[in-house]
Structure formats: structure tokens, C-alpha cells
Design a protein around this ligand. Structure first.
Ligand code: ADP
Ligand code: MG
Length: 341
């Protein structure tokens, strides 16, 4: 099937910053696709290139197989939801949502019908007469979503749309957004710096680092098989052993990642289980997280490793400053490409 969006070797350079650096990727029609990465990694620039607000310095952008590389925004079947909502303050909810239809000169009856339907979909029917200033953050974000969807674009671009909401509301909106996307079957490209958000919502995730895609995979594969140290650390903050530490621990210089929840902690001196990789260190901090506690352990090499310890009634926690032994199964270590920085 023709991808909804295709980048081939797309670059955008600002002065000496390679904001987007030779990116190639394909997004399937109807996919919930996340672009994940730290601030400044090129996510927003990618969205702007898809929308046509910005043009690439090199490469090609296809939408549904059509080369749109040099087309203006209005000639692309794409709409955008911004983090700051960008609503018209002097219009009520209904007028804000109907705006896109008015511009397209859709008839009055049709406008009303489609606007009401859209308000229903985002659960705002009861608030149709309110001004944006009379709405909560979550409600405003719903208006901006409805306004972007009213023209039924084939692709919806969302740039950190939940970033301004508090945690509980953000989690509710994550579920609603996901349901909405399923219902409508529209391709969503969702930008976030929050790895939990990307993993929980997306069908596939592209992890950005300095304008490049480090890895593009399903959430499960990103988490269980990170390809690089950057991905291992950024997605779920895994422990990473570079060449030197790997050599000392395993006898091989192959860099690897090991998840905190795969590491067991024993007090130093007790015999490690046979067949496991183990190392000694000093417990320097314990952070309580409810179901688990996170141990920060300084290894003899100076590296810091984290281990997740389940909090059962019978859990005996080690004292800060004490010597502990970490051990894990060799099969839980994930080999990484390149030398970790
Ligand atoms: P993200 O959305 O991942 O935070 P951006 O795509 O906004 O990252 O930015 C990527 C890089 O490009 C950053 O270094 C940023 O400073 C730079 N950049 C983005 N837009 C411009 C611009 N209009 N002029 C100059 N530099 C820019
Ligand atoms: Mg951004």
C-alpha cells in the first residue's frame, strides 16, 4: 500500500544546525505514528516540513504517493494541532470549530450538521456557546482538535498537544485521542518528548537524536531491543555498559544495555547465582516509587547503575552506603551498536 507520508533523505539546515539530517521514513495510512526525542532533536521541523510551513533543503516528501516537496500548505491534505491551541478568542466554541468549513464555503446547513457532529465526538456539545477564555486547558485542547478535524484531513499532525495539561488530564486525553484516532482512521503524527506517552499511544515510534532517526520500531521492540545507547537511555532509561565496562563484566567488549527491572540486588558477599553476570558496588541512593524502589549503585568502575527492587512487605532494603552485588541473566542484556557516549 502507498504510505500516507514518505520522507526520502529529507534535510533542513538552519545556518550550521542540521535540524533534520537526511531523514528517510514511511508512515502507513491510518497509523498512529509518534516522533519522540529530546528538545531540539528536529521533531517540530519534521512536522512543519510535512505541513508545508517549511521547505526542505534536500530530499523528497510524498503524501499518498504525490510529491508535495514544493507545494504550499493549503495544497496538502494535512492539518495541525499545536500545543498552545491557537484558538480565536473572540469566537465561541461552535464558531471556532466551524471556521474551517466557513472558509471553504460549505453551506450553512451542512456547516451546522458537521460542527455539531464534531462537537459530539470530542464531547463539547454542552459548551458550544462558550468563549475559549471560559474553558479549561483540556477543553481548549479538544476545541483545537475538533477544529483541525472538521475538514476531515487525511493526516493530522499533533505537536506536543498535551504538553500544557496536568498529569491526570494528560492521561485521560491520551486515551481519548487514541480512541478518536481509531474511530476516524485518520493518520496521526504525534510529536512528544515524553517516552511514556509515545510508548503507550503509538503503533510505531521514530526516536530522534540531533536531526536523525536513531531507531524506528514498535514500542515493544524499542523497549526490549533498543539499537543504540541513546535509545536505551532515552526510552525507559536503561543502564548502559560501554566497551570498557562490558569487557570487565562479561569478558567481551560488546557494549550492552540492561534494564533496571532485570537486575537483582544482593548484599555483598552472598554467592551470586550461577550463570549470571554480576558486579559489586556501593548503594548510594534509594528512591521510593510505590510498587518498586530504585537503587542507585556506583560500580567499582565509577559507572552508575540503577536496579528496580519490588516493594513487598518482606523486602529487606539495604542501607545507603552499604556494599551490594548486582546480578542479571546474560540473556537480558541487549547488545548495542556503536560506542556509547
Ligand atoms: P524539537 O521540536 O525536537 O524540539 P526543532 O525541530 O524545533 O526541535 O529544532 C531542531 C533544531 O533546529 C534546534 O537546534 C533548533 O534550535 C533549530 N531550529 C528550528 N527552527 C529554527 C529556525 N527557524 N531558525 C533557526 N534554527 C531553528
Ligand atoms: Mg518541538
Amino acid at each position: 500500500m502507498t504510505p500516507a507520508i514518505e520522507f526520502s533523505n529529507v534535510s533542513r539546515v538552519y545556518g550550521d544546525v542540521r535540524a533534520v539530517d537526511q531523514v528517510s521514513l514511511q508512515i502507513a495510512s491510518g497509523e498512529f505514528f509518534a516522533m519522540l526525542g529530546p528538545s531540539g532533536s528536529g521533531k517540530t521541523t519534521c512536522l512543519r516540513l510535512i505541513a508545508g510551513f517549511d521547505l526542505p533543503d534536500g530530499g523528497q516528501i510524498l503524501l499518498d504517493g504525490d510529491d508535495v516537496t514544493d507545494r504550499p500548505p493549503y495544497a496538502r491534505d494535512v492539518n495541525t494541532v499545536f500545543q498552545d491551541y491557537a484558538l480565536f478568542p473572540h469566537m465561541n466554541v461552535l464558531e471556532n470549530v466551524a471556521y474551517g468549513l466557513r472558509v471553504r464555503k460549505v453551506s450553512g446547513n451542512e456547516q451546522r450538521r458537521r460542527t455539531m457532529e464534531m462537537l459530539e465526538l470530542v464531547k463539547l456539545s454542552a459548551l458550544a456557546q462558550r468563549r475559549p477564555s471560559q474553558l479549561s486547558g483540556g477543553q481548549r485542547q479538544r476545541v483545537s482538535l475538533a477544529r483541525a478535524l472538521i475538514n476531515r484531513p487525511r493526516v493530522l499532525l499533533l505537536d506536543e498537544p498535551l504538553g500544557a495539561l496536568d498529569l491526570k488530564l494528560r492521561e485521560e486525553m491520551q486515551i481519548e485521542l487514541k480512541n478518536l484516532q481509531r474511530q476516524l482512521g485518520i493518520t496521526f503524527v504525534f510529536v512528544t518528548h515524553d517516552q511514556g506517552e509515545a510508548l503507550s499511544m503509538a503503533d510505531r515510534v521514530a526516536v530522534f537524536n540531533q536531526g536523525k532517526v536513531e531507531q524506528l520500531d514498535t514500542p515493544r521492540i524499542l523497549y526490549t531491543r533498543p539499537a543504540t545507547a541513546f535509545v536505551a537511555r532515552f526510552v525507559g532509561s536503561a543502564n548502559v555498559a560501554g566497551r570498557e565496562l562490558a569487557q570487565a563484566l562479561t569478558g567481551s567488549a560488546q557494549p550492552f544495555a540492561i534494564r533496571a527491572e532485570k537486575i537483582r540486588v544482593q548484599s555483598a558477599g552472598s554467592a551470586p547465582q550461577p550463570g549470571t553476570i554480576h558486579c559489586n558496588g556501593t548503594l548510594i541512593d534509594v528512591q521510593y516509587h510505590g510498587a518498586i524502589s530504585r537503587y542507585q549503585v556506583q560500580l567499582a568502575s565509577g559507572d552508575l547503575f540503577a536496579a528496580a527492587v519490588s516493594n513487598h512487605a518482606e523486602t529487606q532494603h539495604s542501607a545507603i552506603g552499604s556494599q551490594v552485588t548486582l546480578h542479571w541473566s546474560a540473556s537480558d542484556a541487549v547488545p548495542l551498536a556503536g560506542e556509547p557516549g
